[in-house]
Design a protein around this ligand. Structure first.
Ligand code: XIL
Length: 319
């Protein structure tokens, strides 16, 4: 096989996918590759389904940005990972007023019923709750947490499963890839707590934003997945990018990046419950990294001109 999703399926995964963001939809060269289902069997809207886009003011729902990406998947037959229902970030300010528990519960119910209802039947998976923890394992003091405590997570999963029973329901976070740290322990404890309270959790998504030369080893990744595998029926790498911290890069840097990507891919292949890998956009042209971490970047498998990098070829040559 010489394309990523073909390769991934032959190797036993369900998919190899990429995030796609709205501004890139008008770039034909970009879209030709993004829509190629042998390359990417799955896509994730990078922003379109977030709360700030879907319910920017209370009770007023808008699906233009999310639909634009979801429609690509519909046309091509690519799987759609839906992202994300409840997150502290890219949250419109009206959600952060001082609501009491009942009010917040209703806000979350309405949001999920509408958004997951709108996309019902289209999502292979939903990232129901995103990034509930700080790196030290404490719950983030989000508006949802302040009003409801951990019940906001239980409640979100319950409503999501009632609304779209066919979607796999994921908890998704970053810095939960490398075994083992406080955030991984907190995630495990939280999943146990909410399952005991009746939350139907199908999967854990590990985002996988890391740095070249410092990214987790295959063993560190597999040790984490072994622990998560005891709790849920599937696991996925949901937002992989591996950024260089020093630019411009040398050939040796790019070889190191290839090795780091291979660790992720190999760890997933060797973990029975790991169903797929999504990269957080496939080209450096649209990567969020330079905006978020100034001076860093070139984190993707394709360069800015849509040429394949050593990391791409090393994955394909695994086969
Ligand atoms: C990022 C998008 O890629 C950017 O375009 C946006 O400005 C900020 O969010 N974790 C997540 C993703 O779960 O939703 C984030 O996406 C990256 C970090």
């Amino acid at each position: 096989a010489c394309q990523l999703d073909k390769w991934a399926k032959a190797a036993g995964l369900k998919y190899f996918g990429t995030a796609v963001d709205n501004p890139s939809l008008s770039n034909q060269g970009y879209m030709k590759i993004a829509r190629d289902k042998d390359e990417f069997g799955q896509i994730t809207p990078a922003n379109g389904q977030k709360w700030s886009n879907t319910e920017s003011s209370q009770g007023r729902f808008g699906y233009g940005s999310g639909d634009a990406i979801a429609n690509v998947a519909k046309q091509t037959g690519q799987l759609l990972r839906c992202h994300t229902l409840v997150w502290y970030n890219q949250l419109p300010s009206w959600v952060s007023s001082n609501y009491n528990k009942d009010q917040m519960q209703r806000i979350i119910t309405t949001h999920i019923q509408n958004v997951a209802g709108h996309y019902k039947g289209q999502c292979y998976a939903w990232d129901v709750v995103n990034e509930a923890f700080e790196d030290d394992g404490k719950f983030r003091q989000s508006a949802m947490y302040r009003a409801m405590g951990v019940d906001y997570i239980t409640h979100s999963f319950k409503v999501a499963s009632q609304t779209d029973p066919g979607a796999k329901l994921y908890y998704n976070d970053f810095n939960i890839e490398r075994c083992c740290n406080a955030k991984i322990n907190a995630t495990i404890a939280m999943i146990k707590t909410i399952k005991a309270a009746g939350a139907p959790v199908d999967g854990i998504g590990m985002q996988g934003h890391s740095r070249v030369g410092k990214s987790p080893s295959k063993k560190e990744l597999m040790d984490t997945m072994a622990r998560f595998s005891e709790l849920v029926s599937e696991l996925a790498y949901t937002e992989i990018d591996i950024r260089h911290t020093k630019l411009p890069t040398s050939a040796a840097d790019r070889e190191q990046q290839a090795k780091d990507y291979l660790d992720v891919v190999a760890a997933c292949l060797e973990t029975p419950k790991c169903v797929g890998i999504t990269i957080w956009d496939y080209t450096d042209q649209y990567s969020w990294i330079p905006g978020q971490y100034p001076g860093e970047g070139e984190a993707c498998l394709f360069d800015k001109s849509l040429n394949k990098k050593p990391a791409y070829t090393s994955i394909i040559s695994l086969f």
